[in-house]
Design a protein around this ligand. Structure first.
Ligand SMILES: N=C(N)NC[C@@H](O)CC(=O)C(=O)O
Length: 376
């Protein structure tokens, strides 16, 4: 498959091209080296496998969910059996939710821009999409006519690639409006681990508002476990969508070893690892901004972002041209056109840099980017 430099690539097709390169700064998966605490967990994998063989999976799953949700401040998550569905990835959870939504509605309002596979999975289930501009989401009520015309409002928070977080007050207001209009409120919170501003108890806000809701969580962006991860689909009692039935069409459950691994990484994070991760990502963000500072036309659209990716605006330079020149140097970044799933040209001059990378390959990649930008 050669997707090389095809402007029509979706984001994941761009990421495929980077997958086998030492200087892959394209995908948002965690690829930095393990910390000493995490290395100890990996050294214990045989014990986690033995635990998975020995114990009932529901016990390990309950512990995994509890440790993960409490680590990130989500104390009111639905802990009753069956209310959080463990999936092989957040995209599997997204497919299940999309299929469930499509059984009861035709149209979904989706935040714009955001990672394009969310739009593609919804469209793949014959749902029509209405773009929900990101900025007004943070300071204005949702349009009443919009709410009357959609079955679901879908928001990624923290958003990918902007890092913008829906505050507690805004989530409350959005959830109240969705309750008033009987609109499902769906959240993709895959990047929440990076930003303490996303650690208020979202589930308490959603429950209080009384709206129908579904939330997708993801351990895969946080920890460098070679995609040994789980996505989670949590949903309200009143969701009234066939998510469990569709889940049963797609899987029986995830491996107890993966559940035990995620639990151990969450325990390590709770005992200092999360703060360490934040400092690491912040340091990489500063490295990128410092290395590219002073270049004509180069700006950073998301100064307030805390997530593990960073957008760079390239001025007049087309991102695919920069991408091609970087590829000549075996460096792979992510053109941002496809994040703008409803107006691609908005993203034609932006590139996204992955920050969950070891400092050395990241520094080498950004030095190459600086050289490319000086020549274009
Ligand atoms: N199912 C898909 N397409 N997975 C890619 C996704 O995990 C990458 C991502 O979210 C990011 O690079 O920000």
């Amino acid at each position: 498959k050669t997707y090389a430099g095809n402007p029509e690539n979706n984001l994941t097709e761009w990421e495929f091209l980077a997958l086998n390169s030492e200087l892959n700064i394209a995908d948002g998966h965690a690829r930095q080296e393990l910390t000493p605490g995490q290395t100890k967990i990996i050294d214990e994998l045989p014990l986690l496998f033995a635990e998975g063989e020995r114990r009932p999976v529901e016990e390990i799953e309950r512990e995994c969910h509890r440790t993960y949700f409490q680590l990130l401040g989500q104390h009111s998550y639905p802990s009753a059996p069956g209310r959080v569905l463990s999936c092989y990835s957040s995209s599997v959870a997204m497919e299940i939710l999309s299929r469930a939504l499509a059984t009861r509605m035709e149209t979904v309002a989706l935040v714009h821009p955001t990672f394009d596979n969310i739009a593609d999975l919804l469209r793949g289930n014959s749902l029509r999409l209405v773009p929900l501009a990101e900025d007004p989401l943070h300071d204005q009520d949702l349009d009443e006519r919009l709410l009357a015309s959609v079955g679901c409002v879908f928001v990624t928070t923290p958003n990918n690639p902007t890092g913008k977080v829906i505050t507690q007050e805004r989530l409350r207001r959005i959830a109240e409006q969705c309750a008033e209009h009987d609109v499902v409120l769906a959240l993709d919170t895959s990047f929440r681990g990076f930003d303490p501003r996303a650690h208020y108890d979202h589930y308490a806000v959603l429950q209080d508002a009384g709206c129908r809701w579904a939330v997708i969580e993801d351990t895969g962006k946080l920890w460098p476990t070679l995609d040994l991860k789980l996505g989670m689909l949590a949903f309200s009692e009143n969701l009234a969508l066939p998510v469990e039935k569709i889940y049963s069409d797609i899987l029986l459950g995830v491996s107890p070893m993966i559940l035990a691994l995620a639990r151990r990484f969450a325990e390590d994070a709770a005992s200092g690892g999360l703060g360490e991760l934040h400092r690491f990502i912040d340091g990489n963000r500063e490295l990128v901004r410092a290395e590219l500072s002073g270049l004509p036309g180069i700006t950073f659209p998301d100064p307030d972002s805390r997530v593990s990716v960073e957008r760079v605006h390239l001025g007049e330079r087309p991102s695919v041209e920069v991408w091609n020149a970087l590829r000549e140097r075996n460096v792979y970044a992510l053109p941002c056109r496809a994040f703008h799933w409803d107006a691609p040209d908005e993203g034609a001059n932006m590139l996204r840099i992955a920050l969950a990378r070891s400092a050395d390959p990241l520094a080498r990649s950004i030095k190459a980017l600086r050289l490319v930008l000086e020549s274009l």
